[in-house]
Design a protein around this ligand. Structure first.
Ligand code: DAT
Ligand code: MG
Length: 152
């Protein structure tokens, strides 16, 4: 277990469209995770096919990629103890119908094909996804030596 574990969290186009960006960021901030990187971007179909490569044989793959490319997303890296597992708990189940109230999908979504937020499912996939969405120099550090806190 590491205090610097990182997870890739992405607000999907429906989350952006519905104005829930601030709410989702707020939850990760207030939980205690540290924001390491964030960008608002339109992802290409090729990039999304790469991101979801493991699901390429699924019948919903084409629809999934089309939906993910339908508008901008907010790609983020959050850091902290158990960031991957806790991030998944905060998201809820893949199908919002199975997600408990209090989770992001449980509170804001009803359909598996429009579940508003992505979160890495394992430390290894998080590392792969972070490398896919961010250049190394886009990942910041909270180390005081590198980023002195402005009030200290
Ligand atoms: P998760 O996003 O919870 O990690 P996943 O990796 O299995 O779930 O699937 C990726 C996304 O694909 C998921 O967030 C929504 C979509 N999806 C999964 N199962 C689906 C289904 N049966 N019908 C439509 N979309 C689905
Ligand atoms: Mg997944």
């Amino acid at each position: 277990m590491s205090n610097t574990e990182r997870t890739f969290i992405m607000i999907k186009p429906d989350g952006v469209h519905r104005g829930i960006v601030g709410e989702i960021i707020k939850r990760f901030e207030q939980k205690g995770f540290k924001l390491v990187a964030m960008k608002f971007m339109q992802a290409s179909v090729a990039h999304l096919e790469n991101h979801y490569a493991d699901l390429s044989k699924k019948p919903f793959f084409a629809g999934l990629v089309k939906y993910m490319a339908s508008g901008p997303v907010v790609a983020m890296v959050w850091e902290g103890l158990n960031a991957v597992k806790t991030g998944r708990v905060m998201l809820g189940e893949t199908n919002p119908a199975d997600s408990k109230p209090g989770t992001i999908r449980g509170d804001y979504a009803i359909h598996v094909g429009r579940n508003i937020c992505h979160g890495s499912d394992a430390v290894e996939s998080a590392q792969k996804e972070i490398a896919l969405w961010f250049k190394p120099e886009e990942l910041t550090s909270w180390e005081p030596a590198q980023n002195p806190w402005i009030y200290e």
